[in-house]
Design a protein around this ligand. Structure first.
Ligand code: NAP
Length: 312
């Protein structure tokens, strides 16, 4: 706990999974004194050792059920496809009155996987910080990751209101703004704001990779003309994104259908030489960029490779 800090929000917080998100939480909790004791558990001994070397917690447990024993807050930060197995593994150690949350990028599937294992008396409140980078692992985290970013909580209808309020205060202390949302609505919104852009990026970078060798070398050489911006998204963790695609399938397929229709219309406008149609669309999209900057979710500074963001 940070020295001279006020009373921590939680006595003991257990972090299950200590990659980009888990280790960012560990760092911000330490820096801002949000927990008296942080216990860390992760699947592999190599990652647990690394978390220990980085001094991310006060205790390090190979056994996830042991790690959550006595914890007031348990945060599961693993790929969404693993959340059911993790919930099953930690269930015997969860104490009555504890809050259990997660950070997964899909919500309905996580609820379906985790809820059946949650013991009576434990407050299960799913969550998703809308903050991240293309890096992963315990070295990738940084304490300011959540500053000014949204965190969406998707409590079940029967959720304990006081527990939701306390978890909201926790995320606010981590730097986030908090919104509460229905899980299905979350999955629809994130399908367009996050999942589709990543899928498009994976696709365009994959197409470039399939080009003939000489063209491919020019793609790399002249990448600053646009391609490079897609490669950042397409460098994101393959396991995480495989799981997102498999676990938000319906909403993603819906958005992909709409995207394909719009792409067909755009293709037709280009083929027919409909300059006004193109100009109207590009003007409309430019305004979206403006509103993201106005909402404080990016800066208007020219971006030559995100040199201005904190180094992980
Ligand atoms: P990460 O850096 O790759 O770390 C993943 C962690 O989960 C590691 O501790 C890893 O353990 C553990 N893990 C991986 N597979 C597992 C399995 N099958 N069973 C149990 N544990 C497993 O991932 P991250 O970026 O922190 O993402 C964690 C969660 O946050 C995901 O659900 C993701 O959807 C969500 N999220 C990510 C971002 C982002 O931008 N990255 C943003 C918001 C939310 P070992 O290393 O010990 O194997």
């Amino acid at each position: 706990m940070a020295e001279n800090s006020p009373e921590p929000l939680f006595e003991t917080v257990a972090l299950i999974g200590i990659g980009l998100i888990g280790s960012s939480l560990a760092r911000v909790m330490r820096e801002r004194g949000l927990a008296r004791r942080i216990v860390i558990s992760t699947r592999s001994s190599a990652t647990l050792r690394r978390a220990q070397e980085l001094a991310l917690g006060d205790a390090f447990e190979a056994d996830a059920a042991e790690a959550v024993r006595g914890a007031d807050l348990v945060i599961v930060s693993v790929p969404v496809g693993a959340s059911g197995d993790v919930a099953k593994a930690i269930a015997p150690g969860l104490k009555p009155g504890a809050t259990l949350t997660d950070v997964g990028s899909t919500k309905r599937s996580v609820i379906n996987q985790m809820a059946p294992h949650v013991p009576a008396g434990v407050h299960f409140i799913p969550g998703h910080p809308i903050a991240g980078t293309e890096h992963s692992g315990p070295d990738a985290g940084f304490a300011t990751l959540f500053d000014g970013r949204w965190c969406i909580l998707t409590p079940l209808p029967e959720a304990n209101a006081a527990a939701v309020t306390k978890l909201t205060a926790f995320w606010q202390a981590c730097g986030s703004k908090v919104d509460v949302m229905d899980p299905d609505h979350h999955d629809t919104v994130l399908a367009i704001t996050s999942h589709l852009p990543h899928i498009i990026a994976y696709n365009i970078v994959g197409t470039a990779d399939d080009l003939a060798t000489d063209t491919k070398s020019e793609v790399i050489k002249f990448s600053a003309s646009g391609f490079r911006d897609f490669t950042r998204l397409a460098a994101s963790d393959p396991v995480m994104w495989r799981d997102v695609c498999l676990h938000n399938r319906d909403a993603i397929l819906d958005m992909l259908s709409r995207f394909s229709e719009d792409l067909t219309a755009l293709r037709r406008a280009i083929r027919r030489g409909e300059g006004d149609t193109l100009h109207d669309l590009f003007t409309r999209t430019r305004a979206i960029r403006r509103s993201i900057i106005d909402a404080g979710q990016d800066t208007a500074a020219p971006d030559f490779g995100r040199l201005t963001t904190p180094k992980p």
